[in-house]
Ligand binder design. Sequence first.
Ligand code: IMP
Ligand code: MG
Length: 175
Amino acid sequence: MVLQPQLKILISRDKITKAVDRLAFEIKRDYQGKHPLFIGVLKGSFVFLADLIRQLDLPLELDFIGLSSYGAARESSGKVRVVQGLKTPIKGRDVLVIEDIVDTGITTSFLLDYLRKRKPASLKLCALTDKPSRHRVPVSIDYLGFTVPDKFIVGYGIDFNEKFRYLPHIYTLED
Ligand code: IMP
Ligand code: MG
């Protein structure tokens, strides 16, 4: 692997695996007897989602939604748009949203409002990482992997300008 001097490991693959196991345990316990619909938020959640569902012995279904708020900048523009819609009707479903990062919370709270209007039976949020010091709107996370500091992170599916998604650990991107 090409070494990137500006990348520092923040959360190792090993710690990620343990967190995924813990989250899978909690989700399996809470969704026993149900057939939930997981909604992965593209693209950052896809590696996490792929690992998580393989630790779950649940008859779950999967869909994806694409949201845009960032453009090519590191800061949220504050305006969220659905750029790729759901294929699955969610009315009456037990919906679990899978996010990579809750940063300001603007994207996630927009998405939860958008989904709530479509009347799911239940709606919960699972996030791999959360930056509580950056929240600008309240978001309550039902299943959380890691609290992270106010730094830009990449790897394990998470990008900067579409780069670094393939890296195995979670890194901070230093200037
Ligand atoms: P929010 O609307 O500010 O909460 O931003 C949510 C989205 O911004 C996340 O789902 C990520 O796609 C992106 N994002 C926020 N912080 C980071 C970061 O540190 N690295 C990569 N993407 C980030
Ligand atoms: Mg995202």
